[in-house]
Design a protein around this ligand. Structure first.
Ligand code: NI
Length: 294
């Protein structure tokens, strides 16, 4: 229960440095920062100031979802979102970019969804279970009904390689459960917080049926809260890129309309991760950083 004594603001600050430290990434073709930004130390609030429990938190995320939202086990199926029809976009022929937004949903997510809807752009949200519970599923259901995809970004954003097996499992499974309960979606992607992964994390992701999605364009938007910088970095993306951003920052959401304008002028399609990889199921546990057309 310790998690729920933490003010959301503290958690938001503590989760700000999603992409750092990048040195922990084990991918062979590790994510790169475009353009090259000087390596930065983790947020001063990293790791979170709240001590972790010695053992996995005993509460059931489904029970927690019910408690927080009033949603009962038999949540009416007609209240679950219905995703629009799948699109057929061949990213071997069309310029595609996969915009991804981590660490939400948050207070700016609705405004982001409005901007995406105006451009008929579909993206992927890597959500934090605790933020989903705080949001009561409202933004989550809107994401699904507007064609966006959801990925698992852990329950409360710890560096996963540092966790015991039980706590590691809990971080992924609890987020799976609350998203399934509130939006009816079984996620098939995860993004490890800070991009920090190892063989143990990969094995747990595989058991949970989750491909590991990293990125090849890092906007560093958690550090530089300036829409013009976020715009400049995001638009460095090339066809097949996966762009890392965070919808918990107002400056990032401010940058999105012009990011969409610029990519649109260059003939890009805004695709979800499934669309980027041709609709095929990605291999659970494996790491992906961009799409190279194969
Ligand atoms: Ni993150």
């Amino acid at each position: 229960m310790w998690l729920w004594t933490v003010p959301v603001a503290v958690l938001l600050l503590a989760t700000g440095g999603c992409a750092s430290p990048i040195a922990l990434v084990s991918s062979q073709a590790g994510p790169v920062t475009v353009p090259s930004a000087a390596p930065s130390p983790p947020s001063p609030l990293y790791p979170p100031r709240v001590p972790p429990p010695a053992t996995p938190s005993p509460f059931d995320p489904e029970e927690l979802a019910e408690k927080l939202t009033g949603i009962q086990p038999q949540w009416p199926r007609n209240r679950l979102p219905v995703a629009p029809a799948a699109r057929k976009i061949d990213c071997r022929r069309v310029r595609c970019v996969a915009l991804t937004f981590d660490d939400g949903p948050g207070e700016h997510t609705g405004r982001l969804l409005d901007a995406l809807a105006r451009h008929h752009a579909r993206v992927t949200f890597f959500v934090i279970g605790q933020m989903v519970a705080e949001d009561r599923g409202e933004n989550l259901r809107r994401m699904v009904s507007e064609g966006h995809e959801l990925g698992n970004h852990s329950w409360d954003h710890p560096p996963l390689p540092q966790l015991s097996p039980g706590r590691l499992k809990y971080q992924l499974s609890s987020t799976q459960k609350i998203v399934k309960r509130l939006a009816g979606v079984r996620m098939t992607f995860m993004r490890p917080p800070y991009g920090a992964t190892d063989r143990r994390v990969a094995a747990e992701a595989r058991r949970e049926g989750l491909a590991q999605i990293l990125w090849n364009v890092d906007t560093m938007d958690w550090r530089d809260r300036d829409a013009s910088i976020v715009l400049q970095r995001a638009t460095q993306a090339a066809p097949g890129s996966i762009v890392l951003m965070h919808d918990i920052h107002a400056s990032t959401v401010d940058a999105v309309p012009e990011i969409l304008n610029q990519f649109t002028r260059r003939g890009y399609a805004f695709v979800t991760l499934s669309e980027l990889y041709g609709g095929g199921r990605l291999v659970p546990g494996r790491e992906y950083t961009s799409y190279d057309g194969r």
